[in-house]
Each structure stands twice: as C-alpha cells, then as structure tokens.
Design a protein around this ligand. Structure first.
Ligand code: 3PG
Length: 404
C-alpha cells in the first residue's frame, strides 16, 4: 500500500512533484485547464505545509528539445490555480535547475521545463532518474494519467527517494478501486468508441468482472455483424467477427450479460443535418450507416442501470460530436447523473472522448468521479498494472542522505 501526503512531514523539505499538466493548447495558450486545476490541491497543500515544491511534468510528445513544447505557457494558469507565484527553470537538470531549486524558500513553488526534452525520460534511464531524484528529498506522484508510462519521472525516481501519492493520484485510485476492484454489485460497464480492435483487452477483462457489459458506438456494429446482422455502410471490423463471437461466449460463461443496441439511428453520411431515421438492428439499409444507438436502446440501457449500484463508463454510445447522433449518449449520461444524485448509483468515467461527451451532455461534474486519465484509465480497465502506481507501492532503495 502506498503512502500519502498524510505520511509526509513536508516542512522545509524539497519535494519533487510529478504532475500531469499535459493540457490542450492552441496558439501558445492553454485551452482547457482541467488537469492543472485538478493538480492544484496537492501543490497548494505542500506549499501551505512549508515544502519547497519542485514540479516535474511533460507537455506533448517532443523529440528532444523543441521550443513549441516549452511549458512556459503553464506558468500563468498554474499560478492562478494554486493562488501563489510560480518560479521557472529552463531545464530539469543541470546548473540552472539546481540554482533555481537552491533559491527556493519554504512554501515556494518551482516549475521545471518539459521533462521529455530529455530522451532519457522515456527510456526510464536510471542515471537520469538519479539526477531528478537529487533535486529533492521526497517524491510525490500526482500523475495517475501518466502512470501507464514507465518513465524516469514516473517510475525509476520513486525507487530512489521516499515516494508518496498526491491527492489527485489518491482520489483516482480510490475511485477506480470502488468501481471495479471492490464494487457494490450489480456492476455495469458501458464501453463505446469506434473500434473493437483498440479495446479487445478491455472487453476481455470486463466480461470477467461486471454483471452487464453495455456495448455502443462503432464497435457495437462489429458485434451486430458477428450475430449475422447487416450493418450497411457502417464502420465495422468484419475481420474481427470471430473475436466478437468469442467475447460473447466468454461473457456467457462468466454470467456477464452483454447489452447491444436493439434499434439504431442511421444516415447516408456522417454530416451535420444529414437526414437520419431510426430503424431496428434487423433492418439497416445497405446505403445507410449506423451513427447512434436508437431511443429504444437508450431506454433499455437506462432500465438496466436502474437495477445497478455501480457504473464504469468508457466511450460514447454514438457519434456524439454531431447532433442528433449524441442523443443516446446524452440520455443515458443524464439518467446516470440523476441516479448518482439520488445516491443510488456510483458512476466512474474516464477517457478523452467520454469526458467530452459527458461535458456535452452537461453532466461531467455530476458523476461520482471523472478521471483525468485517457490511456492510463484504459490500461487500468484492461486490468494491467500501471508502472507509476506499482513503483509507489515499493519501498525506496535509499537516497544516500539518510531518508530510507
Ligand atoms: C495523457 O495525455 O494521456 C498523458 O499525459 C500521457 O501522455 P502520453 O500518451 O503522451 O504519454
């Protein structure tokens, strides 16, 4: 079990915080501060306790030092989110970084330049991790959304100095634990999105764990096709029909009930204002494509959720970016939010598209927990061990300055 900020006597200590401030940006400006805002609690708490806070993060996927991935644009929104000034250093290692760290006083906060400017980061290079660890006396990982990466700042460093989970990491792990590891039953999972091929491991893991697996989005078409139905011009991975059939069989053996659409919204093309209609899954016209689950399907899902205590959601039920193909996602999201409000359903959602879809339905703050993670949330749903989390559960091997 990992340690948290409650176990860290932070006063006067140099604390290296690995946050995930990899936020969307356009023309040098941050366009969505959610990840910054959600990381603020840990940074603020440490600063208030008198720590000297040194923030490590990545931004984008630079190949070496590429100025367009400089993290300077984070300074202003970060300072606003934590309500105090944030100092800056142009690198994560070397004399400038060390000088900036040495200048810190208790309660100060320093943001370092993009840790991915060093290729050693992604190689989980031990010597580089040692340099990062030497900046501090304690390490706090608050980056659940990067915990699926075994990188120097997420994995190796945690083995070098005493390591703690930040408040956001703690909240993510607690919420996800409640949703899938020790949930109140019955448990439903909604899995949507375009392709079965990207979610095979996830489906395989979920059928063994949940009571109802509700499949939507383009991937439902592959299952309908595997059941012998015609899907017209729809997105469909026909070569995965056998795989889909074996998932259906595995579910049956595990007593997991798979819920597929019974009716669908079809149109000739995926375009705004394209004429659309609702048809049964048994009569999809050859020249039409499925773009959403139909109203009877949405009703059936809502009914099913009525008997459940826990819901995990990853992936929209239709092509939610364009109305009216967002109708099923909106209806089910709003019903789930209502049951959450009534205290009858624990709702946990994650993944980029899912969070956008919930925001579009106006309920992203009405679920029990919405994860900040994309890839890490998926890997967790797949039942994989996340290296950044696993490293927090290991005792540090010692920093050479008397800590552990
Ligand atoms: C994310 O945005 O999912 C995390 O910041 C991880 O980013 P990566 O996929 O570039 O490792």
């Amino acid at each position: 079990m990992f340690q948290t900020l409650d176990d860290l006597d932070a006063r006067g200590k140099r604390v290296v915080v690995r946050a995930d401030l990899n936020v969307p940006a356009k023309d040098g400006k941050v366009t969505d501060t959610t990840r910054i805002d959600r990381s603020a609690a840990t940074i603020r708490e440490l600063a208030e306790k008198g720590a000297r806070v040194i923030i490590l993060t990545h931004f984008g996927r630079p190949k070496g030092r590429e100025e367009k991935y400089s993290q300077k644009l984070l300074l202003e929104p970060l300072s606003k989110a934590i309500g105090r000034p944030v100092a800056w250093a142009d690198d994560v290692t070397g004399p400038d970084a060390v000088a900036a760290v040495n200048k810190l006083k208790d309660g100060d906060v320093l943001l370092l330049e993009n840790v991915r400017f060093h290729p050693e980061e992604e190689k989980n290079d031990p010597a580089f991790a040692r340099q990062l660890a030497d900046l501090g006396q304690a390490y706090v990982n608050d980056a659940f959304s990067t915990a699926h990466r075994a990188h120097a700042s997420t994995e190796a460093i945690a083995r070098l100095i005493p390591a703690y989970a930040g408040r956001l990491m703690q909240a993510e792990l607690e919420a996800l634990g409640k949703a899938l590891e020790h949930p109140e039953k019955p448990v439903a999972a909604i899995v949507g999105g375009a392709k079965v091929s990207t979610k095979l491991d996830l489906l395989g893991n979920l059928v063994a764990r949940v009571d109802y697996l509700i499949i939507g989005g383009g991937m439902a078409n592959t299952f309908l096709y595997a059941q012998g139905k015609s899907v017209g011009k729809s997105l469909c991975e026909k070569d995965l029909a056998d795989t889909a059939r074996s998932i259906l069989e595995k579910a049956k053996a595990a007593n997991c009930h798979i819920v597929l659409p019974v009716d669908v919204v079809v149109a000739g093309e995926f375009a705004e204002h394209a004429p659309s209609k609702v048809v049964s899954v048994d009569s999809v016209p050859d020249d039409q494509m499925i773009l959403d689950a139909g109203p009877a399907s949405a009703e059936a899902i809502i009914d099913r959720l009525g008997g459940c205590k826990t819901l995990v959601w990853n992936g929209p039920l239709g092509a939610f970016e364009i109305a009216p193909f967002d109708a099923a996602t909106n209806a089910v999201a709003r019903a789930a939010a209502q049951r959450t409000k009534e205290g009858k359903l624990l709702t946990v959602a994650g993944g980029g598209d899912t969070v956008s879809a919930l925001a579009k339905a106006g309920v992203e703050d009405k679920f029990s927990y919405v994860s900040t993670a994309g890839g890490a949330f998926l890997e967790w749903l797949e039942g994989k061990e996340l290296p950044g989390v696993a490293a927090l559960n290991q005792p540090a091997s010692g920093c050479g300055c008397g800590h552990k």
